[in-house]
Design a protein around this ligand. Sequence first.
Ligand code: G6P
Length: 477
Amino acid sequence: MPKDGYDLVVVANRLPVDISKDDDGEISWKRSPGGLVTALEPVMQKADGAWVGWSGGPGLEVDPFDADEMRLVPVTLSAEEIEKYYEGFSNDTLWPLYHDVIAPPAYHRQWWDAYRRVNQRFADAAAAQAAEGAIVWVHDYQLQLVPKMLRDQRPDLRIGFFDHIPFPPLELFQQLPWRRSVIDGLLGADLVGFQRAGDASNFIRAVRRLTDHTTRGPIITMPDPNGKPGRHVRAAAFPISIDSAHFDELARTPDVQARSQQIRDDLGNPEVIMLGVDRLDYTKGIRHRIKAYGEILADGRLDVEHATLIQVASPSRENVGAYQELREHVEGLAGRINGEYGEIGHSAIHYMHHSYPPEEMAALYLAADVMLVTSLRDGMNLVAKEYVAARSDDRGVLVLSEFTGAADELSSGALLVNPHDIDGMKDAIVAAAQMDRREQRRRMRKLRRRVLNDDVSKWSDSFLGVLTAMPSRTDHV
Ligand code: G6P
């Protein structure tokens, strides 16, 4: 550790590695492929950075260690804290509330207590690592109280927060019994970033309604200890992306290309392969998509000899009831449609409850004529961007829900759908399946220009650029 700490500290619920402990208590770790680490690794290495995150298992205590030129600082959570802070408040209260209450949020005071306690632990760990005047970048809905908790201890820090998921409209956010504490928590930051401009304006509206602070455009003025105008907080959109060039390159490698051909061969070389790739989450609209697909088969607009749907649904949050119910529904529906329309050698749906490494994902994207992203609500949706980055052949059609953050950027090349409108979605899916190559190329080129240009390093550079350019705390007091 450098003498007085690290100049850049990232705080996120998860570390960029998976840690495991064998029977002799020996610790090992494996890099976990995630968008955030790809984005932040170069800046972390340059800036002498530390990353604070959950060790990943119940009661797992691990000392800070260095990995890939980053300092990793594991935070320990007990089994009870995982249940109340992670599965409970984060994923059964905030997650559904912030995603348009697609599932009903549960409000439990004990979960809130655990959320506060765990947020404090993350804030303490970050405060202990940060050098004088360092930048601390806090991520996502699991840690919304950390900015204020940090500022209370370390007013010298420059604090950024990025919300990876939607920020809900006031009418929904108001349901949260602890809404004011959450707003105060976030306002501990100098810069609060969101995926879409709409999320930032929802946040500013909540600040206006729930506090007495004055706001002007994207700027909120906080009162100083004497009630006079004090420091400023900026709220703005910074749409996240992927490492587009890397994904593009990966998809061009001979191994990936061969694997993609093999996938097509294994499926019997149908005319149209459709693909869905999601965490098995009720926000993703998987049921709506499969229902629409089943109806298209029933109507005879596509048939199993010429078309098939691959649905990859990676396991997620399996201890939370709403996720268990969703799995039952999706698997029941896929089974029924296969039973009804499948033939020997021709499945209607190939359903896989697994996650795959990036090479296999790239091969699947290349094999897919149509990519279906039909979320009911989604902060961004990076799968849509990965599909585009993989298609250097300018082929393939992206069917994209208008309720994703990605739709704000990709509307001109994708076929936009409202997943609640099953008939409209069916028409878009059939249109995608029948689209001629010229039109595919015209649309895919537009999409690729956007995705290759606005990549994840641009995202982190612009967030950190704005944060660094903001007047420091001492300019205001
Ligand atoms: C979303 C959230 C992330 C989260 C990820 C996986 O993308 O924004 O914060 O890490 O889902 O969910 P999990 O609960 O497994 O961390």
